[in-house]
Design a binder for this molecule. Structure first.
Ligand code: KIV
Length: 255
C-alpha cells in the first residue's frame, strides 16, 4: 500500500468504531486551523464554486480551480486526509479520470471524490487499482443540479433507496474507501449505512444515520450569510464579525 492508500484505509477502518469527522476547506489558513483541531478529513469540495468563487453552482468549477485550492489546503494540513473533488466533466472515462485525479494527487490530495454510482464504478476501479484512493458521492448530486432542476431530497421511496444502494455497492466493490451521502432522507441513509462495509459520511441526512458527518465550513462558521442550507447549524457568525471589525477600522480612520 502507498502512503495515500494507508491513510484512506485508516479512515475506512473507523466504521463501527467512532464517528468520522469531516469539513470542507479551500485555503491555507482554514485548513491549518481545522487540521489542528484533529478533524479526520478535509474536503476541497467543488462547493468552492459557490462559497469562494461566487458562482451560482458547482458546474462552473474547473480542474485548474481545484488544483490551485487543493495545493493551498495541502500546505496547511499535517494530519487530516485531504480529499480533492473532481469537478464536472473531468471524469468522462477511466483514463481521463486517472490523468485528472493524478493532478489533484500531485497538488497534495491523498484521495479524490467523484459523484455517481453504477456509471462511475469502472472509473473508481481504475483509480484504486492505480493506487489512488477514492471516496464516492451519492444521493443528491450537485453537479447534476441543472438536469434535476434544483436540489432535491433523495431516497424518498423504497425503490429509490434500493437504486442508491446498488450504486453504493458497485463503488464499494470497485474499492472506494467511503461514500458521502448528500440529502438522503434519514431512514434511507440508515439503511445504506447498515448495508455497506465502508463508512458513509452524511450531509443533510439527519444526525446519527451515517458513520460520519461532513459540513461546508462556511455554514459552520457563518461566513457565507447569503445562502444557508436548511440542515446547516451555524456555530459562529463570522460575517457579522468581519463587518464589525471593518466598521471599527473605518471609524478609526475617519475618526
Ligand atoms: O463540494 C462539497 O462541498 C461537497 C460536500 C457537500 C460533501 O461535495
Amino acid at each position: 500500500m502507498n502512503p495515500n492508500q494507508q491513510k484512506a484505509e485508516q479512515l475506512r477502518l473507523l466504521k463501527g468504531k467512532r464517528p468520522l469527522s469531516a469539513l470542507t476547506a479551500y485555503d491555507y489558513p482554514t485548513a491549518r486551523l481545522l487540521d489542528e483541531t484533529g478533524i479526520d478529513l478535509l474536503l476541497v469540495g467543488d462547493s468552492l464554486g459557490m462559497v469562494v468563487l461566487g458562482y451560482p453552482d458547482t458546474t462552473h468549477v474547473t480542474l485548474d480551480h481545484m488544483i490551485h485550492h487543493t495545493a493551498a489546503v495541502a500546505r496547511g494540513t499535517k494530519n487530516s486526509l485531504v480529499l480533492g473533488d473532481l469537478p464536472i466533466n473531468t471524469y468522462p472515462d477511466p483514463d481521463t479520470t486517472l490523468t485528472n485525479s493524478q493532478k489533484l494527487i500531485d497538488a497534495g490530495a491523498h484521495a479524490v471524490k467523484l459523484e455517481g454510482g453504477l456509471n462511475q464504478a469502472d472509473k473508481v476501479q481504475h483509480l484504486t487499482s492505480n493506487g489512488i484512493p477514492v471516496i464516492g458521492h451519492l444521493g443528491m448530486l450537485p453537479q447534476r443540479v441543472k438536469e434535476e432542476g434544483g436540489y432535491k431530497k433523495k431516497g424518498r421511496t423504497e425503490e429509490e433507496a434500493k437504486q442508491i444502494l446498488k450504486g453504493a455497492l458497485a463503488l464499494q466493490e470497485a474499492g472506494a474507501s467511503a461514500i458521502v451521502l448528500e440529502s438522503v432522507i434519514p431512514k434511507a441513509a440508515r439503511y445504506l449505512t447498515d448495508s455497506l462495509n465502508i463508512p458513509t459520511i452524511g450531509i443533510g441526512c439527519g444526525k446519527g444515520n451515517c458513520d460520519g458527518e461532513i459540513a461546508v465550513i462556511t455554514d459552520v462558521i457563518g461566513s457565507y450569510p447569503w445562502f444557508v442550507p436548511p440542515f446547516a447549524i451555524p456555530r459562529a457568525d463570522v460575517a457579522t464579525q468581519i463587518t464589525k471589525a471593518v466598521q471599527g477600522y473605518l471609524d478609526d480612520l475617519t475618526g
